[in-house]
Design a binder for this molecule. Structure first.
Ligand code: TYM
Length: 374
């Protein structure tokens, strides 16, 4: 397995232990500073836990987005999902912050479902499979509490009449050697994939096209999606007369195994939003932790919460700062053992999932209200 020095982060693969500071350098983004968090909080009235805990750690042009906002030029939010299977907890991370930003800034949200991308990328999925997952995953999105009057979810396959006209304008400015360098495409990559980055760039400009004037765009996503913005959308924007889209990047939620991000392609180490709580309990009880080999050693040396997925999930799903700090301290001191910690997390996740699954069911009744159609 690659180590921290040789980690790989692409939209389709994350390998090795990710060095986030190094990614900031490599991708040319900026760290989210405490000053920037304070500036955001002036508008939101509170600091969202995902920002406070530095799970969102990097950005591009977030200061510019706030400059524009303060000049009365409102931004829209853009994020997305590649519907290759059920939604897992990792996917929810950018959606939680997106929902918070929508609520606090009254922003419209354009939500792209890349059912075309997942069909092109995955040999085992038919077009029908990915389109069905668009609607399955849309229920999770709606369950996150987005405003139906301000949220526009669209399937690439179904909304193609509008998307295609913009995509070909983007594609005309992007050479194959650019996408080869940015995404690592090679001679066996199908040509659908080499065109696809133009499609993922389109929503950065879509509201500007639909409304006929330029609107700033802010994209919350994990850092794996960055190649689309740095390599395509931001490069093309000035050529087409649009603003460059701004980004706010999150770290990855770990899978339940040793190292690596939570990924749908490794279902046994992922927690899906549709998993029954008893399945989640079993998965959590089998998880890798930052614990020591024996109870004695753990009590003596303490655990290592910074590499532990169990601890990391508290930082996303437990709002109470004091409780999170307490778990950290008790783990470090050897007072909290992994068994107790896992049972506690399993209860927390059960409460979260029961509520989420109920909202998911209710979402079926309002799904169509959220869909953008042409
Ligand atoms: P997808 O479906 O791989 O991921 C959806 C969103 O979840 C983020 N993500 C994670 N975040 C934290 N921890 C994890 N373990 C984890 N795994 C995935 C991704 O960064 C993403 O924000 N091509 C895209 C779909 C897309 C999109 C967008 C995403 C289209 N337009 C604009 C973000 C913004 C995809 O396949 O995402």
């Amino acid at each position: 397995m690659p180590n921290k020095a040789e980690c790989t982060v692409t939209p389709w693969e994350v390998r090795g232990e990710v060095d986030y500071e190094k990614l900031i350098q490599e991708f040319g983004t900026n760290a989210i500073t405490d000053d920037l968090i304070d500036r955001l909080a002036k508008h939101t009235g509170e600091v969202h836990p995902l920002l406070k805990r530095k799970i969102f750690f990097s950005h591009r042009d977030l200061n510019w987005i706030l400059d524009k906002y303060e000049e009365n030029e409102k931004f829209f939010l853009y994020t997305g999902r590649g519907p290759s299977g059920h939604t897992h907890l990792g996917h929810l991370v950018p959606w939680f912050l997106t929902q918070h930003l929508q609520e606090k800034f009254g922003a419209e949200l354009y939500f792209q479902m890349t059912d075309d991308e997942k069909f092109l990328y995955n040999n085992n999925l038919t077009l029908n499979d990915t389109l069905n997952y668009t609607y399955e995953n849309a229920l999770d999105i709606i369950a996150c509490g987005f405003d139906p009057a301000k949220t526009f979810i669209f399937s690439d396959i179904e909304y193609s009449k509008t998307l295609y006209k913009i995509a070909i304008k983007v594609a005309k400015h992007i050479t194959f050697s650019t996408v080869k360098a940015v995404f690592g495409f090679n001679h066996s990559t199908n040509i659908g994939m080499s065109f696809f980055p133009a499609i993922q760039a389109v929503p950065c400009f879509l509201p500007s096209v639909l409304k006929g004037y330029n609107i700033p765009c802010l994209i919350p996503a994990a850092i794996d999606q960055d190649p689309y913005w740095r390599g395509v959308a931001r490069a093309v924007a000035p050529k087409l007369g649009f603003y460059k889209p701004a980004q706010i990047h999150s770290k990855f939620i770990l899978g339940l195994g040793k190292g690596g991000k939570m990924s749908a392609s490794e279902p046994e180490t992922a927690i899906f939003t549709v998993d029954p709580p008893e399945v989640v309990h079993k998965k959590i009880m089998k998880a890798f932790t930052g614990g020591r080999a024996t109870v004695q050693e753990q009590k003596k040396k303490g655990g290592i919460p910074d590499v532990c997925p169990i601890y990391q999930y508290y930082t996303v799903f437990l709002n109470d700062d004091k409780q999170v700090a307490d778990i950290y301290r008790r783990c470090m001191s050897g007072d909290l053992l992994c068994g107790e910690d896992k049972i506690h997390l399993s209860k927390l996740m059960k409460t979260f999932l029961i509520k989420h699954q109920r909202k998911r069911k209710e979402a079926k009744k309002v799904l169509e209200k959220f869909m953008l159609r042409d």
